[in-house]
Design a protein. Sequence first.
Length: 193
Amino acid sequence: MENDRGSVWDVINPPGVPTAMHRHGADFVGVELVASRLKITTPDGKVEVEDVAHGDMYMLPKGLTHIEEGVAGYPRRTAILIELKDAPSPAYANSTPLPPGFPAEDARQAVDNARVTLWDVSWTPGVPAEPFFQSRDIFLVPIDPGVLVISSQGEPERTVPVAGGQVIFLPGGKARVIGSKSGVVRAAVIELK
């Protein structure tokens, strides 16, 4: 997926196959889809090996330079990376009585900086979803499969089957409700600033 807010990449690092040394040309958000182990080598030759957990999410800065390699004997690393574009963030006026921003009652904030607020959230079937005014553009990255129901002001309700690694872009400026119809759906919600 690509739009004026970001480019989405499906990344796979097979065990024992290093990438070339590369520099990220943009800030980026990552969402890990499987538990694995990753070896990182920096330009000065420093090597770190880190465990990657299913559902890890993070933001890393423009200019980061490294080699990535899945560690042999572990599952391949599969992740979604979203390169953030340097587009100005639209200003969405809230003319509703709903609170602005993503509802965080049952969400854990993983990152909050000048570029994004990153939420780790799960929706459970039968649990009423909280309506909110979406004051920012959002990338939603399901980590676990299920069926989401997305209601948006002025649009028909959508039932969306989701799988881990699928990416949904929801432009801001609307009242929304997001909930689960089937399955406990864990997702990374990336609010763009």
